[in-house]
Design a protein around this ligand. Structure first.
Ligand code: 13P
Length: 247
């Protein structure tokens, strides 16, 4: 199974910095089949810019585009939202759903996330569904139940999904330069894997890790059994650092 490395730029970058990132990155990357799959999730406004560059430079479909969110509705009076169909217009293959920053700052509940997940299916977008426990859950050792409930509350048992990317992002690791021990990531990867194997209608899934990923720790994390990729935040803003991670 090919690994996937996802760049989540969050609310960072602007026209000038993206232009130079693209120039430098695409100059360095050739369509080498040995690279993992790469998905770039820029702020919505830059999807158009990136989709044009990717369509032009991406002979082997190594690089895809993703969004950082998706509306739970098809269309209508939802000021500020972007629908699955709109994302498809810009060749988005992936959509991040349930990032802890969306849950925290936009009050996204598991109910809303379930609707968002269903929206991805309508337009054949692959969901990158994020789960992750707080430091309190980790310290009080309630994280296993918490993570299982995040999965069960959002993914209905009877859902049909051609592909799913499940991102394990412990909240306490995001932007903190602290990563869990390798054994702790492995424990969750194994847990998630056995949970997802209960879903007979999910045809393919990948489990990826996110939270303070850098070139200095990416290789070790990728060596964990059942980890099939990375979700990279701040380290993806620097093309050199991101290139080291994908290499
Ligand atoms: P950092 O890599 O900056 O810790 O962010 C992780 C993340 O939230 C990616 O979605």
């Amino acid at each position: 199974m090919k690994n996937i490395i996802v760049a989540n730029w969050k609310m960072n970058q602007d026209f000038a910095t993206i232009s130079s990132w693209i120039n430098d990155f695409f100059y360095k990357i050739c369509d080498d089949k040995n690279f993992p799959e790469i998905a770039i999730c820029p702020p919505y406004l830059y999807l158009d810019m990136l989709s044009k560059v990717i369509n032009k430079n991406n002979k082997n479909s190594l690089i895809s585009l993703g969004s950082q969110d998706i509306s739970f509705s098809q269309s209508g009076a939802y000021t500020g939202d972007i629908s699955a169909k709109m994302l498809k217009d810009f060749s988005c293959k992936y959509a991040i759903i349930g990032h802890s920053e969306r849950r925290q700052f936009h009050c996204e509940t598991n109910d809303i996330l379930e609707k968002k997940l269903k929206m991805t299916i309508a337009e054949d977008i692959v969901p990158i569904f994020c789960i992750g426990e707080s430091l309190k859950d980790r310290q009080e050792k309630t994280y296993v139940d918490f993570l299982k409930s995040q999965i069960k509350s959002v993914i209905p048992k009877d859902i049909y999904l051609e592909s799913l990317v499940l991102a394990y992002e412990p909240i306490w690791s995001i932007g903190t330069d602290t990563t869990p021990k390798i054994s702790a990531i492995k424990e969750v990867a194994d847990l998630v894997c056995s949970e997802l194997l209960n879903y007979k209608n999910i045809k393919n899934f990948k489990i990826i890790y996110g939270g303070s990923v850098k070139s200095s720790n990416s290789k070790e994390i990728l060596s964990i059994k059942n980890i099939n990729g990375l979700l990279v935040g701040s380290a993806s803003l620097n093309y050199k650092e991101f290139f080291k991670i994908i290499s």
